[in-house]
Design a protein around this ligand. Sequence first.
Ligand SMILES: [Zn+2]
Length: 226
Amino acid sequence: MTYLNDGNAAALWGHVSIFGSDNDATSVAAIIGTGLGGGVITGGRVITGRNGFGGELGHVLIPWTAIPGLDGLLPACNCGRTGDLESLCSLTAIRRTLLPHFLSRHPDHPLAAEPDPARAAARVRGLAEQGDPLCRDIFRVQARALGLFFDEMINVFDPDALVVGGGAVETNREFQEWFIGEIRAALPSQREEQVELTIHVMPRGDTAGARGAALDAARLVRERGL
Ligand SMILES: [Zn+2]
């Protein structure tokens, strides 16, 4: 018996809140946090794989050189890969890679005066929401990375829905809509049947992991009498 990791649990919550608990739908959820979590659900079941590492979406490599504005940047991830989704789309990526990169081109930006890199990274979202151009550029990179990633998932799973949670979408409606629009802008053109595919914002994103874990526990009780 394995318990779902937090990303997979959040993906399950997102799926059930969109499609209900009794369904055959397929969804892919990406949740932006310190790292990049998420999961894939097909036929109403979370893909966990042989060792429980299924749906480790953050470490899927993306064609990141297609993202404008990175100019020779080599985005490294803690896992050892260069250019996976988490290396660009996480709070860690903002702190280690994106904020230093953009600040090096705009040394007069107010965040350049913040001595603590973690505190500077944590301020990027609020400034982006207020329309700060450099901080918007950082979130645009994250959205473009997600768009390239979702295109891969569309071709593998032909899903019913895509779901985004965490970071960029725990913001006001205007910013959420801008961010989703930037994801769509990075998607290569889709087949006619897939053009209408909806990108959802994770419902009640801050508690999605706990809600999903509860759903999974309830399923285990139902199926195995545990
Ligand atoms: Zn990685």
